[in-house]
Design a protein around this ligand. Sequence first.
Ligand code: ZN
Length: 215
Amino acid sequence: MFIGHFSLALAAKKVAPKTSLGTLILSVVFVDAIWPIFLFLGWEHARIVPGITAMVPMDLYDYPISHSLIGGAGWALLFGGVYYALTRYSRGAWVLAAGVLSHWFLDFVTHRPDMPIGFAADAPKYGLGLWNSIPATMAVEIPMFCLGIWIYLKATRAKDAIGKWALVGFLGLLVVIYFASVFGPPPPNESALATFGLFTLPLYAWPYWIDRHRK
Ligand SMILES: [Zn+2]
């Protein structure tokens, strides 16, 4: 799942209005944001296998640090805990922890059975395989994304033109990346995948900028 994760962060702004949209977005995609770092370090592994699912050409055979359920719970506690220590905003901390953990459950719905519970390499893995169908994935993810945007637009208001157009630009970019990743060519190899992931990390600053221009 890609834009579906973002929809939860957009909707969460209504639940934790004092938390920046930037931090909310970072929470729901946190394990995907750290994953290229672990790939790069060689701590986790993936193979490019065109056609392994209709949506995503990757065999995600080894990523328990970022993508196991227990790992996700650990990252959720860490993320919420650090946020609480910095802000003392407990509602925000709980929402962020739930956001980090939500990633596993959304990925469980979309991935082939490659989602581990714990860290043992030979343990069973789970996934409902929505990614086996592009129309089915989009039929779930696009309405989710629209609903998230709608909730966010009802919960916030632009203070100025930046608050409006920075949001439009960011959401537009997500849609472009989404369609490019589905209909574009697969990454040439694993290290290109990790490098691309690392280069996209600065993009997570963008929603902080949006948040400062909306109320
Ligand atoms: Zn993921």
